[in-house]
Design a protein around this ligand. Structure first.
Ligand SMILES: NC(=O)c1ccc[n+]([C@@H]2O[C@H](COP(=O)([O-])OP(=O)(O)OC[C@H]3O[C@@H](n4cnc5c(N)ncnc54)[C@H](OP(=O)(O)O)[C@@H]3O)[C@@H](O)[C@H]2O)c1
Length: 359
């Protein structure tokens, strides 16, 4: 009976086939996950995917491998069947942890593995690099770390202005994705290869893609896998003004949303959203934030980052209800009233390589 929570776009025949293909386990009231077909593929993904950037430790103040593996297994228990990772997350550590978690779990064929390519950290310098040589090396490295012989969704992490999009190639992969691409870059990509997914930043506090990327993807049959569902914890309801971030956690110095004057504004907005969620739905801000994402036209999959199993417990309260247009308008009014100095996610963009020009 919980099939009812699946999106209307999915037929009941498709829904049954997900159950038998992916062996997601018995559906109980604790597993009300929604699923979606990745456009142009036979992949059926949970609409909440586990993001494993924090699990890699880099920019998140370190990692705990055993706890990370428990988190990945907890995600599976919640009905999540897609994991997003990248070589740069901990310089291979996140992929290696995901690979080990999958090996222990033993059901590779029922999971959708999404990883990325095109960020180089050779010689300790991080920069975009989507040259053919780099892609071929990264692909083999990713397959080894992930302990698999195929990748379900292979995504170019950031556009590399030094390499014409026309030079990118596909390898041992089932679907092709890009991340942080503009509509123009997606259009150029689509002229030479199928494009199944786009991974942009999107959450209640980071809405920049609404004007161009979201409508482009929606109009061109590209499934969106939006990242930062909880805005790096700001929308979790657990973030506090006196939170002490570990050294190396980007939120300590680098992420502008966590610095004055922005931090207080975003915390205040989260608290107002929490009151709104409680009053109108008997929910909390974390549920509202993810429900809102899943209810936005054009959003396919929301990437939720977690590194402790209990952080995923809130998933059970995300399905089975939805927001109306007037709810969304009320939410927008709360954001407008409380965030006077908005700031975007641009700080995450890695630098491009310097091309040496010969005179
Ligand atoms: N393509 C790209 O360029 C790009 C960029 C960014 C992210 N991504 C992908 O998108 C994924 C999601 O983004 P994100 O990791 O920034 O995710 P997020 O969902 O915005 O934030 C994740 C953080 O929120 C906190 N959190 C999660 N659940 C919580 C809970 N129940 N209670 C309290 N705090 C909670 C945790 O912080 P603590 O660890 O401090 O507890 C967690 O590490 C990434 O993991 C990655 O796979 C891709």
């Amino acid at each position: 009976m919980y099939w009812k929570t699946w999106p209307a776009a999915m037929t009941s025949r498709q829904a049954r086939s997900v159950a038998s293909d992916t062996k997601l386990g018995e559906r109980t009231k604790d597993n009300m996950m929604e699923y979606i077909e990745i456009n142009g593929t036979h992949l059926i993904s949970s609409r909440i995917a586990l993001g494993t950037w924090a699990i890699g430790g880099w920019m998140w103040g370190g990692t705990d491998e055993k706890e990370s593996i428990r988190t990945i297994h907890a995600a599976f228990d919640h009905g999540i069947n897609m994991i997003d990772t990248a070589p740069i997350y901990g310089y291979g550590r996140s992929e290696a942890i995901v690979g080990e978690a999958l090996r222990q779990h033993g059901r590779r064929d029922s999971m959708i593995l999404a990883t990325k390519v095109g960020i180089d950290w050779t010689n300790g310098k991080i920069e975009r690099n989507s040259t053919r040589q780099r892609i071929l090396k990264e692909l083999e490295d990713s397959l080894r770390r992930l302990q698999t012989d195929y990748i379900d969704i292979y995504q170019v992490h950031w556009p590399d202005p030094c390499v014409p999009i026309e030079e990118n190639e596909q390898g041992k992969i089932r679907a092709i994705g890009v991340s942080n691409y503009s509509p123009e870059e997606m259009q150029r990509f689509q002229a030479i290869a199928p494009l199944h997914t786009i991974q942009p930043p999107y959450n209640l506090f980071e809405r920049e893609i609404e004007g161009d990327i979201l409508p482009y993807a929606f109009g061109h049959g590209i499934t969106t896998m939006t990242y930062g569902a909880l805005c790096r914890g700001l929308l979790s309801g657990a973030m506090r003004a006196d939170r002490e971030f570990a050294d190396g956690d980007m939120r300590k110095i680098t992420d502008p949303k966590f610095q004055p004057p922005h931090f207080a504004e975003y915390l205040n907005a989260a608290s107002k959203l929490d009151a709104f969620a409680r009053k109108n739905f008997g929910k909390r801000v974390i549920h509202l934030a993810v429900r809102w994402l899943l209810d936005q036209p054009g959003v396919g999959v929301a990437l939720w980052g977690a590194r402790r199993p209990e952080q995923l417990a809130a998933i059970t309260e995300v399905s089975g209800w939805s927001l109306t247009k007037s709810d969304c308008a009320a939410i927008d009014a709360i954001l407008r009233e409380n965030i006077r100095n908005p700031v975007g996610p641009e700080f995450m963009a890695p630098p491009s390589r310097q091309i040496r020009r010969v005179a």
